[in-house]
Structure formats: C-alpha cells, structure tokens
Design a protein around this ligand. Structure first.
Ligand code: AMP
Length: 385
C-alpha cells in the first residue's frame, strides 16, 4: 500500500469549510495543503499553503493542481468530472475516485446504484424527455404516491433545486418551465427520524464507523445533530452494514457519509451518499478522539485508520447567515459556557441560509446536550455592525 507521509502535499478540490477543517487537521501532522476554488480567500484557502483560484472546469488549472500535489481529495462533490479524470491521468490518486463521483454526482444514478445493490430508498421515478414520467426505482406508475419531491438530478444540495408536488400536473409544470434540466421524482417519505452515519475506508480495506447521529433539518438544511441517535442497537447495526456495503461496492477510499430515513417500522431508507466528510460529522472534532477530518487525512494518505472513540454525548448546531448583517454578536456569551466549542468558517458574507459556522455542546446525555444547545443558540445574532 502506497503511503503519502507527512511532508507530502494534499490537494483539495473545493475551498469551503470542509476543506478548511481538513486542512486544520492535516497541518499539525506536517502535511502541506493545496486547494482549488473559484473564490479568492476561500475558507480553505485562508489556512492552506496555496490556493489556485480557478473554476472547477478550468482544465489548465486542473493540470497545475496535479503538478503541485502528491495525492488529492475533494470537499465538494460537484467538482467537474472531466477535471478529476484529467488529474487522475497525470498519475495523481484522487480519493474518492472519479468513478465514485460519477455515481454520487447524480441523484438518479445514486438511487439506481443503491437499488442495484439491494439497499432501500424512497420510491422514485425518472423524468424522461418531453417531461414524461417514466418508471424507475421499482415503483410502477400506479403504485407511486403523492405528495412527492421533485429534485434536480445534479448540482442540488442543502434542499436547493427541490419542489414538493401534490400531483402529476404540478410536476409537469415545473419540468416544462426548466427545459434541459434532468430530474428525479421521489415519494415524500413519512419518516420517524433522520439519521446519518460517517465512516472511513482505508486503502487496505480497513473500515471504521462513527456513532450514528440524529439529524433535524430545517428548510432542507441540517440544523442539529445529536449523538448518539436515540435508536435501537439493531438499527445502528443495520446503518453500519449499509455504509460498509456501499463503501465495499465502490472500492471506496476516504471518508463518506450516508444520510438515512428511519421509518416507524424500524426500516432504513437511504436518502443520500455524500462522498466526503459531512456536516453531520462535525461533532467528531470536539466529541471524538479522532475527528472525521483526521480520519480523512489518514485514509487519503494511505495511513492506518483510528477508532473514532466517542468521548461524550453531544449536540452540534449549524450557524447560518440570515441576511441581516455580517457581524456575529453574542459569541463571547456562548464561549463563557462550559463544554461548548465554536467553529467559524471565515466567510465574510452572511447570506441567508449560508453555513457560516457551527458549535458543539458536550453534555452528560443527548437530551441535555440538545436542550442546552437550543438555549444557548439564542445568544447568537447577526447584525450590521
Ligand atoms: P437532500 O437535499 O436530498 O439531502 O434533502 C434535504 C432534506 O429534505 C432531507 O434531509 C429531508 O429532510 C428532506 N427530504 C429529502 N428527500 C425527501 C423524501 N423523499 N421524503 C421526505 N423528506 C425528504
């Protein structure tokens, strides 16, 4: 197994907060960081050794990136597939590979892949040419139930590019309004809880999983993650089985996260595969012996993985912009609280619904962590000055 030892340069495609936290984990281990992102002074660029400022589709920049790094990874799954293939052709290992990204970048391909390996998903249908609603995902037209969620097949994230439709007529209207766009139509799942599991697979096939987190989304964006999730051991074991199966089928190397719906009967349906570190794994920075970001460094560089070792039950809260100003007030009050850890991503424009940071509360029980987190989040307010 080829290892990239400290002193090597890790290239990160994408310069957002996931890249930033990866760089922060890699630097003390002696790695150098190169990032590529179209935005100057990106969250990752602020802490990296170098940033190439270029579009993801800029193939000259991709070649420059490949020349300057020893091994590469992604922090944003919608990087340009052609650029990733070009980097691989230069002999640079990209972990996860372009073959994995080809599947995960497209919701329809993702769901077809999951069904193909016997993993449950929401019933879904493909929207074909001329806005025809075609059969797919095992659901015959007559069995498909509304309300349903129409999603763009690619480039959607954080609930963007999604519409709830009550009937076929509504679906057709939206599809006709967006010619050239590819869609997937999913039944709206009446879930009991949303959970996610982060895991890592090493280059030698070693696999570690993090404890399952319980997520609450607001407007399609993650709001809180509580760990461990309030689920039976049987469900947690099933979640582990699912992530391992996916990683094995992909011959995956790196960190990945699987978001799932838990139904009232205890069944799990996979909503999404994220081929990278994940927002719902941020708790691991403060609550685990080894964070998802340290694990990503190890997996990408071909080192031995470490058991995450949860040290405390916890609750992570996302800090989103709300458009009312770019100055975050109340952080001094939040920081006076014990066992509360604040992370800000260095973004200057606190646009509405933009992920600006997060904080994690450690407490004796998941309930206590959740309650304290919801109390102290009120300290934080965006202001103009
Ligand atoms: P996504 O962008 O697909 O990760 O969706 C964001 C969030 O929207 C999910 O975490 C759920 O809260 C909700 N959602 C997405 N798809 C479905 C579905 N088929 N049924 C019910 N809720 C969904």
């Amino acid at each position: 197994m080829k290892s990239f030892l400290p002193g090597s340069t890790i290239g990160i495609l994408g310069g957002g907060q996931l890249g930033r936290m990866l760089a922060i984990a890699a630097k003390p281990m002696g790695y150098k960081i190169l990032t590529l992102d179209p935005a100057e002074n990106s969250p990752c660029g602020q802490v990296a050794d170098w940033q190439i400022v270029a579009k993801f589709s800029d193939l000259t920049a991709a070649l420059q990136f490949a020349k300057k790094c020893d091994v590469a990874t992604i922090e944003f799954e919608n990087v340009d597939a052609k650029a990733v293939e070009l980097i691989e052709k230069q002999g640079i290992l990209v972990r996860p590979s372009s073959a994995v990204l080809h599947v995960t970048q497209n919701r329809l391909r993702q769901k077809e892949f999951l069904r193909g390996i016997g993993i449950g998903t929401a019933n879904f249908r493909k929207i074909g040419k001329g806005s025809k609603i075609e059969s797919s995902g095992g659901a015959k037209k007559a069995d498909f139930k509304y309300p349903a969620i129409l999603k763009t097949s690619s480039l959607g994230y954080d609930g963007k590019g999604q519409w709830i439709c009550k009937n076929e007529g509504e679906v057709k209207k939206i599809v006709l309004k967006n010619p050239g766009m590819e869609f997937i139509l999913e039944e709206k799942v009446n879930f009991a809880r949303e959970i996610s599991i982060v895991g890592a697979r090493g280059a030698d096939g070693e696999f570690v999983t993090y404890p399952v987190g319980e997520n609450v989304h607001k407007n399609g964006i993650l709001d809180t993650t509580v760990v461990p999730a309030g689920i039976d051991l049987k469900v947690a074991t099933e979640a582990e089985k699912i992530i391992k199966k996916i990683a094995l089928k992909f011959d995956y190397v790196g960190v990945l996260c699987i978001e799932m719906f838990l139904l009232n009967d205890g069944k799990l349906l996979v909503n999404e595969i994220a081929p990278r570190t994940h927002n719902s794994g941020h708790y691991s920075i403060d609550a685990c012996e080894f964070s998802q970001f340290e694990q990503q460094v190890r997996a990408v560089c071909g080192l031995k993985l470490e058991e995450p070792d949860l040290q405390s039950t916890c609750c992570m809260v996302n800090i989103l912009g709300d458009g009312s100003g770019n100055v975050l007030k109340g952080s001094e009050k939040l920081l006076q609280e014990k066992n509360v850890f604040l992370h800000l991503y260095g973004k200057t424009d606190a646009r509405k619904a933009r992920k600006m940071g997060h904080f994690t509360v450690l407490a004796k029980t998941p309930k206590a962590a959740f309650e304290k987190a919801n109390k102290i989040r009120k300290y934080l307010k965006w202001a103009k000055k």
